[in-house]
Design a protein around this ligand. Structure first.
Ligand code: NIG
Ligand code: FE
Length: 431
């Protein structure tokens, strides 16, 4: 680590920073990168200097002769010693606000039961909903904060966080207020983008009446959440046995009228037409896509929808991986995210996501880096402010312990991060 680092973390929390002698590795642009050529293109520059003023990047380029660590002219100078400096990772699909554990279900799956059959027997999302409805704001917040801290240690600087384990009015609003509270913490290491996922499951009190539940969401929840600006996106679990394509369409069409960006859990467990619906509604992203159809791929491409792939879920459910290679070769913008949640993927592991995407989905490491940075940002409508190291963007970066970025996949499941930089403030891994 550069000398003086600990002191400046402890003493000043400055947002003015100059990192020098870095191996810069970044995609470029302010929108999603589509297809193999764009996703493989990374800007790589040795002996690079990056200057961050009040949290915003103000210079990226060749060295300007900086050689010493320390505090000069209102900027901390930090020597990266030739290590890789990447944009902070953007995890654009997570469910981190919940209470309870489902280790019993994990064991049932190990013995051969399926995710869907456990769900149909009253477990799954419903089990977490029962636990979450009994939890307090502070319990939920503390748990989510612990998860976010762990993600920050793996280089994540922005996370999308979904509600969806309350389902009733008050618990869903509490989950969104937990997310809002975490975002308002001035010492946060991770920005949090809130998504309302009331349509995650049909709650017990609406059993057999999914259309009534959609009416409740569109009539009561969406106007309230929009008025209080509690969510940027609205998402739906469009799946056999959960919400049909028609119900999802009705919900998302209403959400669009209230100004929400649209997301879908699409074609995760079966090929239902979720991708086609995402394209029809010009959703910002369609997520999962394990069973996406050929027509769905074409329509997503034509509509410019980001395809968000979640390899940890396929890995943990022993399900087939989404066709990442095919999606990229078809010209789509692919994003990678963890899907961290208490059921199908209790993991926020960035390094394992990288490894699975490259080993089993056929992405190159360069594509995976673009997918977890700029395209993740695009999946949150934020590619103009985060996702690459360029002048004018937020000073959100990650410093690896290596000059070889291939280590991100070659060291399988091991953390290569030595520091995250959030808004120009360095957080060393041991700090
Ligand atoms: O993305 N598919 C729906 N939601 C989660 C699973 C949630 C859970 O099992 O608690 C997912 O896989
Ligand atoms: Fe999910």
């Amino acid at each position: 680590m550069g000398c003086g680092c600990r002191n400046f973390i402890d003493n000043s929390m400055t947002e003015n920073l100059i990192i020098f002698n870095a191996r810069l590795v970044t995609p470029t642009g302010t929108s999603a990168r589509c297809g193999a050529q764009e996703m493989n293109h990374l800007h790589i520059l040795d002996n690079a200097t990056v200057e961050i003023t009040k949290g915003i990047i103000t210079y990226v380029g060749a060295s300007r002769g900086e050689t010493r660590d320390g505090y000069y002219n209102h900027f901390w100078h930090y020597n990266a010693r030739g290590k890789c400096l990447l944009p902070g990772f953007v995890d654009s699909h997570t469910h981190p606000v919940f209470d309870g554990e489902r280790a019993d279900e994990f064991n049932r799956r190990l013995r051969g039961e399926s995710y869907l059959s456990i769900m149909q027997s009253g477990g799954g999302i419903a089990a977490t909903v029962r636990a979450t409805r009994n939890a307090t704001y502070y319990t939920l917040r503390a748990r989510a904060e612990t998860l976010l801290k762990q993600m920050s240690l793996m280089g994540v600087t922005t996370v999308e966080a979904k509600s969806g384990y309350g389902l009733d009015r008050d618990t869903e609003l509490m989950l969104l207020r937990v997310i809002q509270g975490l975002q308002r913490d001035e010492h946060r290491r991770v920005d949090i983008v809130p998504t309302y996922l009331g349509a995650h499951a049909i709650p017990a009190e609406y059993a057999g009446r999914p259309d009534d539940y959609i009416d409740f969401i569109t009539g009561e929840m969406l106007p309230h959440i929009a008025r209080h600006r509690l969510a940027a996106f609205c998402d739906v679990f469009c799946e056999a046995g959960v919400f049909s394509v028609e119900q999802s369409r009705r919900l998302l069409t209403a959400a669009r009228r209230y100004g929400f960006g649209l997301k879908l859990h699409a074609d995760e467990l079966a090929s239902l037409g979720g991708a086609e619906l995402a394209a029809e509604l010009h959703a910002v992203s369609a997520d999962h896509l394990l069973h996406v159809s050929e027509a769905g791929i074409r329509q997503l491409r034509a509509a410019g929808v980001v395809a968000t792939l979640l390899p940890l879920t396929a890995f943990i459910l022993k399900a087939p991986y989404a066709p990442g290679r095919q999606l990229i070769d078809s010209g789509l913008a692919v994003a990678l995210a963890t899907d961290l949640n208490p059921g199908s993927a209790f993991s926020g592991s960035v390094p394992l996501t990288f490894a699975l995407a490259c080993i089993y989905m056929g992405l190159t490491i360069e594509e995976a880096i673009t997918a977890f940075t700029l395209n993740g940002a695009a999946a949150l409508n934020r590619a103009d402010t985060i996702g690459s190291i360029e002048t004018g963007k937020q000073g959100d970066m990650v410093l690896l312990n290596t000059d070889n970025y291939h280590q991100l996949t070659y060291y399988v499941g091991m953390n290569s991060v030595i520091a995250t930089i959030k808004g120009g403030v360095i957080h060393p891994l041991n700090g």
